[in-house]
Ligand binder design. Structure first.
Ligand SMILES: [Zn+2]
Ligand SMILES: [Zn+2]
Length: 276
């Protein structure tokens, strides 16, 4: 047992991958059991989304090396916003402040991906899924994986977290992102309470609605407080939610890995905001 513990503590990357795969697989099977959709249809849809894991893994693993180097540098030089937080030597203050600060950074990242036309082209691949389920979590254009990890380097440089914080945050983030994409929505009463602080599936589903202004709300990563604070919080019932993105509703194109990878390089016009 001690050997096993020592193995996992020395192979954090592998532990994260195993944890990620384990949660996604269990929820995928739960969705198959609960869903009226045929297993074959779901399998075909999921394999397209799962293909993105193979492009994301090498990019993520390579760039994470730089994230770790930056983190080590900030610690050695007492650099970063964390050093301005009172009582930051207390582990509770240290971990909580950095978790919240990094979550704000992820919020800013997500808004940037939506608002900057050149970046939106890559992020829309995630939004182009017409049937959001747990497999949508992995649907990320390889270039977005690169852009996201480069932004993470910037956030680490600004905030100055130790590697332990990054590991803790990655664990919470993976869990939260997977749960946010599942077909299992919370009962409305529970959602109203949990959604005060956290991004729930109900809230993230609104973000996956095919039309503006809903696509541009609920940007939060783990916490929903930033959307409430900056006026980007949105609500939409399950019945009114239609998954996808209005400029890319072609089922054939969205259902192909190659088609999705080519999307950012094709011409399209973003539809004006729907006022309803
Ligand atoms: Zn988005
Ligand atoms: Zn999503």
């Amino acid at each position: 047992m001690a050997e096993l513990r020592s193995f996992f503590s020395h192979h954090e990357d592998l532990t994260q991958v195993i944890l990620y795969a384990g949660i996604i697989t269990s929820l995928w099977f739960a969705e198959v059991i609960a869903s009226s959709e045929g297993t074959l249809t779901k399998w075909k849809h999921s394999t397209v989304n799962a293909s993105f894991i193979f492009t994301a893994l090498p990019i993520q693993l390579l760039l994470t090396t730089f994230v770790i180097l930056i983190s080590k540098w900030t610690i050695a030089h007492h650099w970063g916003l964390i050093n301005f937080i009172p009582y930051h030597n207390n582990p509770w203050v240290y971990y909580t402040s950095l978790f919240v600060l990094l979550d704000l950074c992820e919020y800013i990242y997500h808004v940037t991906m939506h608002k900057v036309e050149a970046l939106w082209r890559f992020h829309l691949v995630h939004h182009s899924d017409l049937n959001v389920d747990v497999s949508t979590t992995t649907r990320e254009h390889p270039l977005e994986t690169g852009i996201r990890t480069c932004f993470l380097m910037l956030w680490v440089f600004i905030c100055g977290p130790a590697i332990g914080v990054l590991i803790l945050r990655q664990t919470f983030q993976s869990f939260s992102n997977i749960v946010a994409h599942t077909q299992f929505r919370l009962p409305e009463k529970v959602n109203r309470i949990v959604g005060l602080v956290f991004i729930t599936p109900n809230l993230h589903h609104v973000h996956h609605h095919y039309q503006l202004p809903y696509t541009d709300c609920n940007y939060g990563d783990v916490l929903s407080i930033w959307d409430r604070l900056f006026g980007t919080f949105g609500k939409l019932s399950k019945e009114e939610t239609v998954f996808g993105i209005d400029t890319h509703m072609d089922e054939k194109l969205n259902g192909s890995f190659v088609g999705a990878v080519k999307m950012p390089f094709q011409k399209f016009e973003r539809k004006p905001q729907q006022l309803d």
